[in-house]
Design a protein around this ligand. Structure first.
Ligand code: 0X9
Ligand code: ZN
Length: 410
């Protein structure tokens, strides 16, 4: 405990100085467990000492608790291996690639978009504004809110009706990047926007028979922070105590919201339901288009999963039209399989991932949106969140087929 506190203060001191957080000697453990009970034991214990689950099996552990964690695993007979010895090595390589890419691109004077590096927030926002200027018959970009640190939150609407939703076509609502570190969720959403808008003549009788409301960066402060300071940051950047920052926006929606007393937890859901500006923006937009929205997609990484609500309880409480969700999910799975990725699974989020309350998919379903899913896109890299830039386009293309299949199913 004391070590933990000292470690935290050191980490905070580094962050206050504005330097990149170092993951030096952080390790990723891959732990086997075969029952839900075993998993819950592991999760409860790990959350007590504040370590970070990357998925059900891979857990990033900071140096000061590694011994303690290994001892716990051994005492409880969990078998495990260490799959990353030093997380900093992978983070540094990724950072170097991205910085080098942006530098070279600036020198070359190329202004067209690429899917070879992860775009920073200003690149994303400039691109959205360019689309609006170039395709006014199709695109409308609006600043719908402001974050704690003063960054705009932008939404793009795509509609043959001059970018305005008029209720004559089914609307698909998407949030992406609500979790800061899930960069490939954002890049895949941008890939989709790019395709539909810039190749609109291919999609006039297809994807553009639907209207789209998209918040491509649901957590701008967190996204920038994951680029500049701490690669695996998840939450937003509101100060929540003298020691900690951040609310998990995907625990902050006002449906089955739950109070977590540990404000430093990576899944802290905020002081009250819907407390965060980033959450309110999505709630307000959803309300604005409520009667036309047929499908809600929360775009996350990672795990190759198509998840349907509700995910707040176990045993899980399915949405009324569970069978229809499964059918739509399975058709999307077939589409992405045909596009070269046979790994997707379809299921209820509490069943095949874990219980989580206050998430946007559950909230959307609770307001009566007929279909709602969370997509956990393909992971990569050493740990899952750090998909190598060479694979941005491949994952973008595969994800496109999921979006397309679901949209055309409506
Ligand atoms: O934990 C989450 O918010 C999502 N997974 S992630 O690894 N991207 O953080 C899953 C949310 C699933 N939805 C519900 N449980 N309602
Ligand atoms: Zn996520």
């Amino acid at each position: 405990m004391r070590f933990g506190a000292v470690f935290l203060i050191l980490a905070l001191a580094i962050l206050a100085s504005g330097e990149q957080f170092s993951y030096r000697n952080y390790k990723v453990f891959k732990v086997q467990h075969s029952t839900r009970e075993e998993y819950m034991v592991l999760r409860q214990w790990a959350e007590k000492i504040g370590i970070d689950f990357w998925d059900r099996h891979r857990i990033m552990v900071r140096p000061d608790v590694q011994e303690q964690f290994a001892a716990f695993l051994e005492a409880r007979n969990f078998s495990y291996e260490i799959i990353i010895e030093d997380v900093e090595v992978t983070v540094e390589a990724e950072r170097k690639y991205n910085e080098e890419y942006i530098r070279a691109k600036k020198l070359s004077g190329r202004s067209t978009v690429d899917f070879e590096h992860f775009w920073r927030l200003d690149e994303i926002y400039n691109y959205l504004d360019e689309l609006e200027a170039e395709y006014p018959q199709l695109v409308n970009v609006e600043t719908v809110g402001t974050t704690h640190e003063g960054r705009p939150i932008k939404a793009i609407t795509i509609s043959k009706n001059g970018g305005q939703i008029d209720g004559s076509r089914p609307v698909i609502f998407m949030d992406a990047g609500v979790h800061a570190r899930e960069w490939a969720a954002i890049s895949s959403t941008l890939y989709f926007i790019h395709e539909v808008v810039e190749h609109y003549y291919e999609f006039e009788d297809d994807l553009l028979e639907r209207d789209w409301v998209i918040v491509p960066v649901g957590n701008p402060d967190g996204y920038e922070y994951s680029h500049t300071n701490q690669r695996f940051w998840r939450k937003n950047r509101v100060p929540v105590s003298i020691l900690c920052y951040g609310v998990d926006l995907n625990r902050n929606f006002p449906f089955e919201w739950a109070l977590i007393t540990n404000v430093c937890s990576d899944t802290y859901g905020g002081p009250s339901a819907g407390s965060e500006p980033e959450t309110q923006v999505i709630m307000n937009l959803l309300e604005r288009y409520q009667s036309s929205v047929q499908l809600y997609l929360a775009v996350h990484t990672w795990g190759d999963m198509i998840l349907y609500p509700y995910g707040y309880a176990w045993p899980f409480i399915p949405v009324d039209n569970e069978a229809e969700h499964i059918a739509m999910g399975n058709r999307a799975k077939d589409a992405v399989t045909a596009a070269g990725n046979p790994n997707y699974v379809v299921g209820n989020s509490a069943e095949i991932l874990y219980i989580a309350s206050g998430a946007s998919d559950d909230y959307a379903a609770s307001t009566g949106i007929p279909y709602a899913f969370t997509l956990e896109l393909t992971g990569g890299g050493s740990g899952g969140f750090d998909l190598p830039p060479e694979r941005i386009e491949e994952v973008g293309k595969q994800t496109f087929e999921i979006f397309r299949s679901m949209a055309m199913d409506l």
